[in-house]
Design a protein around this ligand. Sequence first.
Ligand code: ZN
Length: 134
Amino acid sequence: MVIITAVALSSLAVAYVAWPLFRSVPMRSSVNFSAKQTDELLFQKEMAIEMIRDLDFDLHTGKFSPQEHADLVAAQQRRISHIDGRLAGLAGISAKGKNKSACEQRKLCSRCGSLADSNARYCPQCGQALPKTQ
Ligand SMILES: [Zn+2]
């Protein structure tokens, strides 16, 4: 019984080690890779936006002074614009900037740094009122 178990285990181990050799090697295409990176960046951006919401809440509860709050929000906004820059770079890999003129017409939220449609009145991410289209 012990021998049978040992044989079964060792053949499992061999199968485990050898399995990747049977799979086709070029599995990780660059498209999958950038899609995964985009997901990760979007997640980080969500977190930063969530952080700004928390900071707003903390300002109301008096945990931070307005100056501290402004500094912390600015730090998160820098993080978001950095993430947006990287997202734009990743998007450029697949769609060589073909929507560039459309992007330029969009409004940048002064609070969270996300892009809204040029006719949007409020930021879709954080609800900040956006300036009217000039
Ligand atoms: Zn916003």
